[in-house]
Design a protein. Structure first.
Length: 364
């Protein structure tokens, strides 16, 4: 099968409406979803996605797919997807081994895996080595509230929906502690501080962080390189890697005692071809892999397939959204106990054409 057309698709989704009794997060803005539709000369269509979130990033990614990534792939065989991914990484290395170009590359690469699965009648998880589980538990991934009472209230609402785990995006230790009080001891709890602290901050309050009993503490401080020479922090499991751009970077950090969990993100890694390598490297290093969930499009489905094949059970992180933001109508945006792993060929589902028409936006 020869790649004939590569079309980036820009979508703008309005911010989810907050019903009465639901606190407002720090930011509640419209969301950008950037998909990519790849068509072969045989007429087989696959969909991919890159993580864009906000308009400036979407414009840059749309143009990068259209003007840089697409010419590299057009006219090439789908069956060479891994080799084409590697060649693209080398070709564009001078623009960085992580970031915009790798993210744009992911959109095309995921679509090629979707096409390969459709052509062979195999699911992505089967192509990744075979699913170890048919369902993946859901983790409610909360917005940032920067308010102890609001964060706790939202945690309580998430738990009432039946989710298996909770993740907060907060920097303040007091806010994270207050949210902890609403969570049963047996319910997995993750805090993501988005690099807000320093290593010295964490060491100063190490006893309080350890007392939280976090499943992992995600991206706790900046710069992350401080972890490379850091011994294990007693009682604190650090998770990171969602912004890593290569399997080799994952491998370097897997040797660090302070890191207990590494989080390969299919978008940041440049697609499933590199994510497959990252999962293999982490398995060889006997390091826990907890694939990071992008937003709600094809990359989220790709992440769901990754979560199906990891040795240890992970969690599909469902963001604060509503059903109108799900391009498949299968519950990717719904807080619930678990999600079924798609068993159909490729990613298992195609986006609803009506959804694409409704939210289509001119970008780039």
């Amino acid at each position: 099968m020869i790649i004939d057309r590569i079309e980036p698709i820009a979508l703008r989704l309005p911010a989810p409406k907050r019903p009465a009794g639901v606190p407002q997060p720090l930011v509640n803005a419209d969301m950008c979803l950037t998909l990519c539709r790849v068509t072969t000369r045989d007429g087989v269509v696959g969909y991919g996605e890159c993580l864009s979130l906000r308009p400036p990033m979407q414009n840059a990614l749309f143009a990068t797919i259209r003007d840089a990534i697409a010419p590299h792939y057009l006219g090439k065989p789908v069956g060479q997807k891994e080799a084409l991914n590697l060649a693209a990484r080398r070709r564009f290395a001078s623009f960085g081994r992580a970031g915009t170009v790798m993210n744009a590359l992911a959109a095309v690469d995921i679509a090629l895996w979707d096409i390969a699965g459709k052509a062979s009648g195999r699911s992505v998880s089967a192509m990744l080595g075979g699913a170890r589980r048919q369902q993946v538990p859901v983790m409610a991934s909360l917005d940032k509230y920067d308010h102890a009472g609001h964060a706790r209230q939202r945690v309580e609402q998430a738990l009432a929906s039946g989710v298996a785990a909770v993740k907060v995006h907060e920097a303040g230790l007091e806010v994270i502690e207050e949210a902890r009080r609403a969570i049963p001891a047996a319910t997995p709890y993750v805090a993501d501080s988005n690099n807000a602290h320093t290593l010295a901050d964490i060491r100063r309050d190490a006893a309080r962080w350890a007392a939280l009993g976090l499943l992992w503490f995600e991206d706790p401080f900046w710069p992350p390189e401080d972890l490379l020479d850091c011994p294990a922090l007693p009682g604190i499991v650090i998770g990171m890697g969602a912004d890593f751009g290569s399997a080799e970077q994952m491998a370097v950090y897997s040797r660090t005692p302070a890191i207990g969990v590494l989080q390969p993100d299919v978008c940041m890694l440049g697609g499933l071809s590199e994510a497959q390598r990252a999962l293999a490297m982490l398995a060889a290093a006997k390091k826990t892999a907890a694939p990071h969930t992008p937003f709600v499009g094809p990359a989220a489905l790709a992440s769901l397939h990754m979560l199906a094949v990891t040795e240890e059970e992970g969690y599909f992180a469902t963001v604060e959204a509503d059903d109108s933001m799900d391009p498949y109508g299968i519950g990717l945006t719904r807080w619930q106990k678990s999600l079924d792993v798609p068993t159909g060929p490729g990613l298992g589902f195609d986006p609803d054409p009506a959804f694409l028409r409704h939210y289509l936006y001119t970008a780039g």
